[in-house]
Design a protein around this ligand. Structure first.
Ligand code: PLP
Ligand code: COI
Length: 355
């Protein structure tokens, strides 16, 4: 990783004092500074930290037209000793560059992504909340910045990081609609990439589900509409016959979640049997009827561990007892304790900022 300080231009005023940390709607408030770097002529320029603010573009900005745009979601936490740490940012860098590759975009250097994030967080340290289930959400993103409307990979890109203090994404157990008509991703497509269009394509089905009273849809496989994939902003887990199970990733249609990966690791180290495999909706319905399906929950950076209380599949309602999900509770408790520095971090997942 290239060494060195990143040039900082400080904001003239701070929004910190006027921000109500007891009321943090997800992703609506941003800190005083952001990081920006430009790729052109086949190389990355130095990242810079500048006041948070609008960008100016020509209407032909290519990413608006064709969606050559990727992002990540990461959280920084306040530890009990007052320091701050980021949860597994190296994993996000790997995934970011996988997404970049699929979208014909350049790799972003580790210096820009990791060191840039650390220096930005160090400057914005006071923005990291210390309440339960609160964090500073880190949003690195890259988009094509050629101003031309021919369909081709852009020759220029901007990489940026913005920060948003956040509380819980969902405050109640989730009601999920099993989606059979629309699909999120097909084999050979871009499901595994964290690219803007995946989210755009999910909005209409998600709106229909919300109108029916559901929080999110559970996507099914594109071919048979039979195998469970993931939800809009989270991977899914089930506890069946005491085993922790989650859909496997080999079809390339599911986001390789860092929370998912962490949960699989933690569940194994707790002595649970874990399985990554195909899970059919029929198996879940049968497990529910037999009483062997005891827990369902989502896992993701924004949502952490969110229990699912209803799964609506055709006319069948799988009604789960969210108050009685010991595996989800233990996983959430363990992750929370690691993140606030009150539990050991044997695998070095928490990366300290420079503050
Ligand atoms: N699946 C989708 C579609 C997501 O948007 C997210 C959120 O990032 C996840 C899964 C969970 O991934 P992670 O745990 O890396 O945040
Ligand atoms: C995340 O969990 O970080 C996400 O990206 C989910 C969402 C807010 C799109």
């Amino acid at each position: 990783m290239q060494k060195g300080a990143i040039k900082i231009t400080k904001a003239a005023t701070s929004k910190l004092a006027s921000t109500d940390f007891n009321n943090l709607p997800f992703g609506k408030l941003f800190t005083d500074h952001m990081l920006i770097a430009e790729y052109k002529n086949g190389t990355w320029g130095d990242p810079e930290i500048v006041p948070y603010g609008p960008l100016s573009f020509d209407p032909s900005l290519i990413s608006i037209h064709y969606g050559q745009s990727i992002f990540e979601g990461i959280k920084a936490f306040r530890m009990k000793d007052g320091s701050a740490a980021i949860f597994r940012p190296e994993e996000n860098l790997k995934r970011f560059n996988k997404s970049a590759h699929r979208m014909a975009m350049p790799d972003v250097p580790a210096f820009h992504f990791i060191e840039g994030m650390k220096q930005l967080l160090t400057l914005e340290d006071k923005w990291i909340p210390d309440a339960y289930d609160h964090a500073l959400y880190i949003r690195p993103f890259m988009f094509a910045s050629d101003e031309v409307i021919g369909v081709a990979p852009s020759s220029k890109y901007l990489f940026m990081i913005i920060l948003s203090p956040v509380g819980p994404y969902f405050s109640n157990p989730l009601k999920i609609y099993v989606e059979e008509q629309f699909v999120r991703a097909a084999p050979g497509g871009v499901g595994y990439a964290k690219t803007a269009g995946n989210y755009a394509a999910s909005l209409y089905p998600a709106r229909l589900a919300r109108e029916k009273g559901f929080d999110q849809v559970l996507w099914m496989d594109a071919t048979e509409h039979k195998y469970v994939q993931e939800c809009g902003a989270m991977n899914v887990f089930f506890v069946m016959d005491g085993k922790v199970i989650t859909p496997e990733l080999s079809s390339g249609t599911i986001l390789d979640g860092i929370t998912r990966k962490s949960i699989l690791h933690l569940a194994k180290s707790m002595g649970k049997t874990v399985e990554e495999r195909e899970i059919s909706i029929d198996e879940l319905v049968e497990g529910y009827k037999k009483g062997t399906l005891t827990e369902a929950f989502g896992a993701g950076t924004a949502v952490t561990v969110s229990k699912i209380e209803t799964l609506q599949y055709k006319d069948t309602q799988i009604l789960m007892d969210a108050a009685n999900m010991p595996v989800a509770d233990l996983l959430k408790k363990t992750m929370t304790a690691m993140r606030d520095g009150t539990a050991p971090d044997p695998d070095g997942w928490m990366v300290k900022t420079n503050a």
